[in-house]
Design a binder for this molecule. Structure first.
Ligand SMILES: Cc1cc2nc3c(=O)[nH]c(=O)nc-3n(C[C@H](O)[C@H](O)[C@H](O)COP(=O)(O)OP(=O)(O)OC[C@H]3O[C@@H](n4cnc5c(N)ncnc54)[C@H](O)[C@@H]3O)c2cc1C
Length: 210
């Protein structure tokens, strides 16, 4: 890879959670890594809920996806421990489980169908009475009709995760380049990261006001 005059083994475009995790792992293995992003953490992670919830998101007809999500979530405790050890940064990793609630009778009927399907797959989902829900979460709205607990579904705060991963990647030796990438091209069998072409300057406004 080549960026301007600087060569690297790996060029990562985008310093969101995925790009930074890749950069961290590659740099930790001794590769020279450059991560390009003018606004790290401003992508989908800025608005994501951070649910690590393969059980709650196991839907009809998505068996293979569910298996992938379960395998991915199973790696989170070790990944989180490693990230904490590498950075000491708090990123809001929570393991107390996830409450699933139905606001209306129709919500609850639909949710119960899904919980039965999830239980049929052997996944841990425990229906709870409204009183038991409120024991766990007193701030629940009074009109919540019922719900369930998915005890193995976890959560992370994506807005804290990105800076933690940035720290881990940089400590491992990755270099952050605060510029956007316009395109990738190839030169002498190497990939070249190319900055976007600057937009042409706008012509001065017409004196007539248009
Ligand atoms: C509303 C919402 C809720 C979500 N809730 C969840 C959830 O509960 N659980 C869950 O697991 N996932 C959730 N997601 C999905 C999750 O946010 C994404 O899977 C995750 O953010 C993807 O990470 P990423 O690093 O690939 O991309 P992003 O987080 O989108 O980061 C992309 C980065 O690339 C940079 N970039 C873009 N173009 C360029 C360029 N040309 N040059 C250089 N850099 C560039 C951006 O500045 C940004 O920093 C949610 C997403 C949304 C939108």
């Amino acid at each position: 890879m080549r960026t301007g005059d600087t060569a690297a083994d790996v060029a990562v475009v985008g310093a969101g959670p995925i790009g930074l995790a890749i950069a961290w792992r590659c740099a930790a293995r001794g590769l020279r890594v450059m991560v390009h992003d003018p606004a790290s953490g401003s992508g989908a992670s800025a608005v994501a809920a951070g649910m690590l919830s393969p059980v709650a998101e196991a839907y009809f007809g998505e068996r293979q996806l569910t298996e992938l999500l379960l395998a991915s979530a199973a790696r989170w405790p070790a990944f989180a421990a490693e990230l904490t050890e590498a950075t000491g940064v708090e990123f809001g990793y929570r393991t107390e489980g996830t409450l699933l609630v139905g606001l209306t009778g129709d919500d609850l009927a639909e949710a119960r169908r899904l919980w039965a399907y999830q239980q049929g797959l052997g996944l841990p989902v425990t229906p709870l009475l409204p009183s038991a829900l409120r024991d766990r979460e007193p701030a629940l709205a009074p009109r919540v009709r019922g719900g369930a607990l998915a005890p193995t579904d976890h959560q992370v705060d994506p807005r804290l995760l990105v800076p933690a991963l940035r720290t881990a990647a940089q400590r491992a030796g990755a270099v952050l380049v605060p510029h956007p990438v316009g395109r990738l091209s190839e030169l002498d069998a190497r990939v070249v990261v190319v900055a976007p072409v600057a937009a042409p300057p706008r012509s001065p406004a017409c004196p007539c006001g248009r």
